[in-house]
Write a protein that binds this ligand. Structure first.
Ligand SMILES: *[C@@H]1O[C@H](CO)[C@@H](O)[C@H](O)[C@H]1NC(C)=O
Ligand SMILES: *[C@@H]1O[C@H](CO)[C@@H](O)[C@H](O)[C@H]1NC(C)=O
Ligand SMILES: *[C@@H]1O[C@H](CO)[C@@H](O)[C@H](O)[C@H]1NC(C)=O
Ligand SMILES: *[C@@H]1O[C@H](CO)[C@@H](O)[C@H](O)[C@H]1NC(C)=O
Ligand SMILES: *[C@@H]1O[C@H](CO)[C@@H](O)[C@H](O)[C@H]1NC(C)=O
Ligand SMILES: *[C@@H]1O[C@H](CO)[C@@H](O)[C@H](O)[C@H]1NC(C)=O
Ligand SMILES: *[C@@H]1O[C@H](CO)[C@@H](O)[C@H](O)[C@H]1NC(C)=O
Ligand SMILES: *[C@@H]1O[C@H](CO)[C@@H](O)[C@H](O)[C@H]1NC(C)=O
Length: 457
């Protein structure tokens, strides 16, 4: 992921021209399964109006300036199909999840691989993992879902970086990228989660050992504490990970929580993992479901001041899904989590009253439409609605011994040696200057593109 300054400005411009309207609420009755399905159907439809990947001249699964977000859209479609049984979007879903897998089956497609972060690739790995766990049948041609998750795992553990901080994943893959010197929670917590899910699905301790290794390393850094359960955003290799950037984002908590829930379930109820689950869950609720705002899910750093960028708007949606699966994998958390999901879904539905067509806003706690509009808003609303389907569709993610049949390839992705740590070179001043120029050109092109889109729309 990258910093998204210009897009925020453009969104601001769009907002100032919006005429507020609030008729047509999404009528959500959480005690009625069909009502939840209908709500999700409405927001998923709105989400798909932003998706052009199945049209002539467009590329399946690709969002040029925000590649990782394709994975968030596809995860919403997977859950939509799983929880509602509606197959409307399954063909597009299958094609896109396969299309972006790249030549080596590890979500490092050549069109985008030169400016990806470990977190970007990781999220696509989680999407493939979810496809395997929800029994979305493998494609008859191309890579299996499980092998794609394994491909991401294999390429990422090859990048485990011992040159600083005694280990850890860097945020970015390439030395010329801004953010390369950081080791951050989402990249490490994301690979932790992927490893834990692969361990549970395959039963192989190769993955659980890595999950434990990443977890233990994280606790030696300022990224996470096992006494306070604070999860920071980042730490820096320049001072050997001595200090933390402690901005509080829900997805950093959520990804470690989800991984710990899988480890709890995989270890058949280890008390150590249960303590971690409870500690992280408590902190997630304390920070991001403030009682002062009705106990409704809120991205507290950016929502009150309305400065959430597209990435940040998606965090609540990702975490809503992770909470739902945590409730299934750690039954003692079920009641607590479901109550929080219900309060937030009710509020989210009240925010979906924009433009006389059920457009959803960002700030669910306002319980009315707040003027924002975008694909990300629709993804997060969809996910909170779908998370409330767990009382009706309570089947847990499967494993290879409980009905999962996605084909395994433990060496997937190993043909891709492009970004092994052994081949990454030490950063030089020339590289930094070059990267700055590339970034400037990229941002200029992007602003031009967005500007054109806005004018065109
Ligand atoms: C709802 O209306 C807004 C404003 O006209 C439009 O931009 C948006 O695409 C519409 N959404 C749907 C799902 O039609
Ligand atoms: C793309 O999928 C949408 C459904 O989401 C459908 O309405 C549209 O016709 C499809 N377009 C093409 C070119 O297949
Ligand atoms: C890469 O870009 C080419 C040219 O636009 C396109 O045909 C291809 O589908 C793209 N591949 C991916 C994985 O996005
Ligand atoms: C794997 O399971 C899925 C979902 O149950 C099913 O649709 C598919 O046919 C199965 N594939 C094989 C090869 O058995
Ligand atoms: C907490 O983390 C520290 C640092 O890694 C470790 O030494 C300790 O054993 C952990 N405590 C528990 C209860 O897991
Ligand atoms: C693991 O998840 C399954 C499926 O939800 C659940 O039935 C089981 O009780 C969980 N295991 C433990 C130890 O809680
Ligand atoms: C989480 O919160 C509950 C309820 O307040 C408390 O009983 C429990 O000890 C907390 N667990 C951890 C690990 O912080
Ligand atoms: C790796 O490359 C070899 C030789 O080209 C090929 O046979 C094999 O299928 C490739 N493996 C994957 C996972 O792409």
């Amino acid at each position: 992921m990258r910093f998204l300054g210009p897009w925020i400005l453009l969104k601001g411009l769009l907002l100032s021209s919006i005429i507020y309207s609030s008729v047509n609420a999404i009528d959500l009755d959480l005690s009625d399964e069909q009502s939840i399905k209908n709500a999700a159907s409405t927001t998923i439809y709105a989400m798909m109006t932003y998706y052009k990947g199945n049209e002539t001249g467009h590329i399946p699964g690709a969002f040029a300036s925000k590649w990782w977000e394709g994975s968030a859209l596809l995860m919403a479609l997977l859950q939509y199909w799983h929880f509602t049984g509606d197959t409307t979007y399954n063909d597009e879903l299958r094609v896109a999840l396969e299309w972006q897998s790249g030549d080596d089956g590890d979500y490092m497609p050549a069109n985008y691989s030169s400016y990806l972060g470990n977190d970007d690739q990781m999220f696509w790995g989680l999407a493939a993992m979810m496809a395997a766990e929800l029994q979305f049948a493998d494609s008859s041609t191309g890579f299996s879902w499980l092998s794609l998750a394994q491909g991401v795992f294999n390429t990422q553990v090859n990048r485990w970086d011992m040159n600083s901080c005694d280990g850890g994943m860097r945020w970015q893959i390439w030395p010329y990228e801004s953010g390369y010197t950081m080791k951050n929670s989402i990249s490490n917590g994301g690979l932790f989660q992927l490893s834990a899910r692969l361990a549970r699905y395959t039963g192989s301790d190769t993955y659980s050992k890595w999950a434990e290794k990443i977890w233990d390393w994280t606790l030696t850094t300022p990224l996470m504490s096992n006494s306070t359960w604070n999860v920071a955003d980042s730490t820096n290799t320049d001072n050997d990970c001595a200090t933390q950037g402690n901005t509080q984002w829900s997805y950093n908590y959520g990804t470690f929580l989800m991984g710990a829930a899988y480890m709890y379930n995989y270890t058949n109820g280890s008390p150590v993992w249960l303590t971690a689950v409870n500690g992280l869950m408590n902190q997630t609720f304390d920070h991001f479901f403030p009682e002062s705002n009705g106990g409704i899910f809120e991205e507290v750093v950016c929502e009150p001041s309305e400065v959430c960028n597209d990435n940040e708007i998606l965090f609540k949606g990702l975490v809503s899904s992770w909470l739902a699966f945590t409730a299934l994998l750690v039954p003692s958390t079920y009641d607590t989590i479901l109550a929080k999901l219900q309060t937030s879904a009710t509020a989210a539905a009240l925010s979906c009253t924009g433009h006389n067509n059920n457009t959803c806003g960002i700030r669910w706690y306002k319980s009315e439409y707040d003027g924002w509009i975008g694909m990300e808003e629709e993804i997060s609303a969809s996910n909170i609605f779908l998370a409330n389907m767990i009382p009706y569709v309570s089947k847990s993610p499967v494993t290879s011994s409980t009905g999962g049949n996605s084909t395994s390839n433990p060496t997937a992705g190993e043909n891709d040696t492009s970004s092994d740590t052994t081949s990454t070179t030490t950063i030089t001043t020339g590289d930094r200057a070059g990267a700055g120029i590339l970034t400037a050109i990229f941002i200029a092109a992007w602003v031009a593109l967005m500007g054109w889109t806005v004018m065109g729309g």
